[in-house]
Design a protein around this ligand. Structure first.
Ligand SMILES: [Zn+2]
Ligand SMILES: [Zn+2]
Length: 110
């Protein structure tokens, strides 16, 4: 027996935080700043919903949902991209380049 898992987590728009707070990246229409929800869907039926981390801009014209950091305007929303912790787990020394695969000090795999 083989079952297809039809479902997944989608991002949806929740409560409006600020009306017409930004502009749509795609069509230039007015976009509301909204809270985002993560919605777990099974067979296209939402079964679970929980709040997302960052607000987003929802376009009134075309429905595009864009991350709040792209819409501009709101300072301090959305943390910068998370960098991998550039520190050796074995000797706990800071590794200069997060791309390194081995610690230059003790040779441990990072
Ligand atoms: Zn739009
Ligand atoms: Zn090390």
């Amino acid at each position: 027996m083989f079952f297809f898992f039809v479902g997944g987590v989608e991002q949806g728009a929740g409560r409006v935080l600020k009306e017409a707070a930004g502009r749509c990246l795609r069509c230039g229409g007015a976009a509301d700043l909204v809270e985002t929800d993560k919605v777990l869907k099974l067979f296209f039926v939402p079964v679970k919903r929980w709040p997302g981390k960052d607000p987003a801009y929802l376009c009134r014209e075309c429905g595009l949902l864009a991350p709040g950091s792209l819409g501009g305007g709101e300072p301090g929303t959305g943390p910068p991209l998370l960098l991998r912790d550039a520190r050796c787990g074995a000797c706990n020394r800071a590794v200069a380049d997060p791309q390194f695969r081995f610690c230059p000090f003790c040779g441990s795999a990072l």
